[in-house]
Design a protein around this ligand. Structure first.
Ligand code: MN
Ligand code: MN
Length: 298
């Protein structure tokens, strides 16, 4: 259960996340660097007195998720790009996770609406004791009505304080079984729609990491950044570019690689649609109430 203070904190985090999402979606245009977008989101978060719950994701076209621009990324938005802006805000560990899809030059409107309508269909039926597979069914049905495919390999998730993925998942397709939601659960619902098969493959690259467990590491730079990671981010995801004050360039790359190989941190590889179909996403964070749910990221 959540305390009244926690509920209020979630609402604050949600309000900030929604404000940032709406402001930044409107500046997405050809020629803009993905890195500028991500940094704008993260800087605004700090300016509003909150913290990023994870590095801002700016995943374009067939990239479904987990693309957070790396250090010195020069990738720019192009005409007709389908941009997914996925951001997280936390206040004292209470996380709001939200995403929007933007079709540059008003492109891809049907695909974007499929994900948005699926999200609304899910929100409409959420209430205590609903099994999560019924939510998946509502999402799948809505997306298929548009003639698109839901991405079953990706799911929504329950959240707890300082914990972005705390157990229960919310499927984007009808599954045989489901968990029951209960009052006070904090849930991120995130339908993904595609004009292709709806399967996901992992890229070789990862620009997002999180702390996993303590293990001895010898390299001085690894020790140094590990200290910072634990202090600043705990188990929440972080980006390499968030550590450039501590260690720079190749040394930072190597220090992270060593932590990864030692099992101290884990990586979140970039996820793309298997057949390089276009992918849209919509996401809100909700709190389950006695009668339904409260959307905190409207
Ligand atoms: Mn998200
Ligand atoms: Mn999420």
């Amino acid at each position: 259960m959540l305390t009244p203070e926690e509920i209020e904190t979630y609402r604050q985090a949600g309000k900030i996340a929604a404000e940032i999402r709406e402001r930044v979606r409107n500046i997405i245009k050809p020629g803009l660097k993905l890195l500028e977008l991500a940094e704008a989101v993260e800087n605004m978060t700090f300016e509003k007195g909150a913290k990023p719950a994870f590095p801002c994701n700016v995943s374009v076209n067939d990239i479904a998720a987990h693309y957070s621009p790396p250090v010195n990324d020069t990738t720019i938005i192009k005409e007709k790009d389908l941009v997914k802006l996925d951001l997280g805000v936390h206040i004292r560990g209470c996380i709001a996770d939200t995403a929007v899809s933007v079709g540059v030059d008003n492109s891809h409107q049907a695909l974007i609406k499929a994900a948005e309508d699926a999200l609304e269909a899910a929100i409409k039926i959420i209430k205590p004791n609903i099994p999560t597979n019924r939510i998946g069914e509502a999402i799948e049905t809505t997306i298929k009505k548009f003639g698109f495919s839901p991405i079953g390999d990706l799911t929504g998730h329950a959240m707890a304080r300082y914990n972005l993925h705390s157990g229960i998942t919310i499927p984007n397709v009808k599954t045989p079984f489901g968990d029951l939601l209960k009052v006070g659960d904090v849930i991120a619902i995130e339908p993904f729609a595609t004009n292709s098969v709806g399967k996901i493959v992992e890229n070789n690259y990862a620009y997002i990491y999180s702390f996993l467990r303590e293990r001895p590491v010898r390299l001085q730079e690894s020790k140094k950044i590990l200290q910072v990671i634990k202090e600043k981010y705990g188990a929440l995801p972080f980006a390499e570019r968030w550590l450039t004050k501590e260690v720079q360039g190749t040394k930072l790359r190597i220090a992270l690689k060593l932590l990864l190989n030692s099992g101290v941190i884990r990586a979140y590889p970039i996820l793309r649609e298997k057949n390089r179909g276009l992918v849209s996403q919509a996401e809100h964070t909700v709190i389950i109430t006695e009668t339904g749910c409260e959307v905190i990221t409207r």
